[in-house]
Design a protein around this ligand. Structure first.
Ligand code: FAD
Length: 415
């Protein structure tokens, strides 16, 4: 294939990463997005009830997420990644009132396990030894690899892995867990500093990407839902959007960067993940205390991670499917109680909003991981992108960006 235009379908982070990688190399790009805005599952919007711009959900990347960090750097948006200046994870156990910090050190040798001030209270350095196996790639579940009870599991590994995998860590894929551990947590403190988009996701990831594409004359179109791909022999020859269609010339290529259930309908015989987990986020219009940590892990409550933004407090609950039937008012009140315990407040519920993303990520189980396709397809000018493609990582920003880069590289190679 020689150089024509590349049509990227879907302006989530994987589609944006692919479009940016291509535009950076002066490849003509058209980005087609069904919604009226970019960002997909990582977006900011004006919420009338909240009366300000909020994120659909709090997103954390780690300093060791190299593809996501490079993406933000390429966009010139690194100043919009805030968070603690060090790999410091404060925790509160709501049952006991005990507070502690998980604080891995920066160098290669993990001496933090020797320090009472850096590890889970009531644990000893030797207790961490069995968890070295979390680095091993196997096709089993995590519970077949390491002990899934006791304070290290309950008060450190479970909350962190639950957030990273968005699936009950016990039944999660050990292989996916190993990539998370090897790239960040198990590496050293320098690789697992949390980076949080400020003031919004859009400011850090989405607006800068659109600006980058605009500056390179990429053709970005919203409200363009591609309904079918037309195939002939070994190529995609057209895109149908209902009332209009685009005929591809022989040099043109397509990157399909849509969610798995849509890709599965558009590409013949494609096996995709088909089990998902919800993420619930609650936002409260209340300024946090001045000395509040950017993010705090809570054990034993409804809230799992509390984020302190300058103008609001936001909470994330991963794999939140079990809470789907809890009425919103009741859930907001329960979460607010947890926040009051964290900040030692006794205050009525402020203005709030709960955003539930029912299919936030694919379930990170071995069975679902086995359903992930690679970026290449049997169609010569079609590549796949999305956090659900086989990047070896759970469904995260890092996975989405890597998948977009990979799809762009495949298309470039075929030229
Ligand atoms: C609440 C929540 C919290 C999260 N927290 C974190 C976190 O803390 N850290 C982290 O790393 N990750 C987190 N994630 C995961 C992260 O958001 C995703 O991995 C990433 O955004 C996925 O990007 P994507 O491009 O693969 O998919 P999507 O964002 O789903 O993008 C697909 C795009 O395709 C568009 N589209 C669909 N169909 C069509 C069509 N037919 N034609 C044209 N366009 C179409 C959609 O509108 C969408 O814009 C979270 C996700 C959620 C929902």
């Amino acid at each position: 294939m020689t150089g024509g235009r590349v049509y990227v379908i879907g302006a989530g982070l994987s589609g944006l990463a692919a479009a940016v990688a291509l535009a950076q190399r002066d490849i003509p790009v058209t980005l087609l997005e069904a919604a009226a805005h970019a960002g997909g599952r990582c977006r900011s919007y004006f919420d009338p009830q909240f009366d300000s711009v909020i994120d659909n959900g709090n997103h954390v990347i780690l300093s060791g997420n190299t593809a996501a960090q490079d993406f933000v750097k390429t966009l010139g948006a690194s100043a919009h990644l805030g968070g603690p200046s060090d790999a410091l994870f404060p925790f509160l156990d709501l049952h006991t009132g005990q507070r502690w910090n998980f604080h891995p050190n920066a160098g290669a040798f993990p001496w933090w396990v020797m320090s009472d001030h850096r590890r889970v209270p009531g644990t000893h350095a030797r207790d961490y030894w069995p968890y070295r196996k979390l680095r091993v790639t196997t096709t089993t579940q995590v519970r077949d690899t390491v002990p899934v009870s006791g304070p290290i599991w309950e008060k450190l590994l479970r909350p962190i892995l639950l957030a990273a995998l968005n699936t009950e860590p016990e039944i999660s894929s050990q292989a996916l867990t190993a990539t998370v551990v090897n790239d960040s947590l198990g590496k050293n403190g320098a690789a697992c500093r949390p980076c949080i988009a400020v003031p919004t996701l859009s400011a850090a990831f989405i607006e800068p990407a659109l600006k980058f594409l605009k500056a390179r004359k990429a053709d970005v179109r919203f409200g363009q839902r591609v309904r079918t791909l037309r195939y002939e022999d070994t190529r995609v020859i057209g895109l149908d959007m209902g009332d209009q269609s685009i005929a591809l010339t022989p040099g043109d290529a397509v990157i399909l960067a849509v969610p798995p259930w849509i890709a599965g309908d558009m590409v013949p015989n494609l096996t995709v993940p088909n089990e998902f987990r919800e993420i619930a986020n609650a936002h409260f219009k209340r300024v946090p205390p001045k000395d509040a940590a950017p993010m705090t892990g809570l054990i034993g409550g409804a809230a799992e991670w509390v984020f302190a933004f300058p103008d609001r407090i936001s909470v994330t609950i991963s794999a939140a499917d079990a809470l789907s039937d809890v009425p919103r008012e009741q859930l907001a009140a329960r979460i607010w109680d947890d926040i009051c315990a964290l900040y030692r407040w006794d205050e009525p519920l402020p203005v709030w909003q709960i955003v539930r993303e029912r299919r936030a990520t694919f379930a990170a189980t071995p069975e679902q991981a086995a359903r992930r396709p690679g970026a290449a397809t049997i169609w010569r000018n079609l590549a796949l992108a999305g956090d659900w493609t086989d990047t070896g990582l759970p469904a995260t920003i890092e996975s989405a960006v890597r998948s977009g880069n990979k799809a762009a590289a495949l298309i470039l190679q075929s030229r």
